[in-house]
Design a binder for this molecule. Structure first.
Ligand SMILES: [Zn+2]
Length: 109
């Protein structure tokens, strides 16, 4: 299990199968090895927290920097709005991938 397969959104077990079939839709099981991704109802709830954390990591410094250089609030909102449009699908996918890998590591030991 490697960091690169987590970042390329591959199955935590075989590192071959894809996790996602669409922008927001996942396979139920790994298409290669059959590993079940969503183990139970609400399994990905924890991924929401990871996603919020990742989002905050990027957004908080942006707000602080823009406020420090005296950009008006509407400009900050515009930049963050534009950024969010493109970042939300990425963060959604990576948060789920990170969560599955974290779960897979703790499951193994
Ligand atoms: Zn697999």
């Amino acid at each position: 299990m490697s960091f690169s397969s987590m970042m390329t959104l591959k199955c935590p077990q075989c590192e071959e199968g894809k996790q996602f079939k669409g922008l927001f839709s996942m396979y139920e099981n790994c298409p290669q090895c059959g590993y079940k991704y969503e183990k139970e109802q609400g399994y990905f709830t924890a991924a929401i927290f990871i996603g919020n954390f990742l989002y905050g990591l990027i957004v908080a410094p942006t707000i602080l920097i823009m406020a420090a250089i005296d950009e008006p609030v509407w400009k900050i909102a515009l930049v963050l709005g534009g950024f969010s449009l493109f970042a939300v699908p990425l963060i959604f996918r990576y948060a789920r991938s990170i969560w599955m890998y974290m779960d897979y590591i703790t499951e193994e030991s």
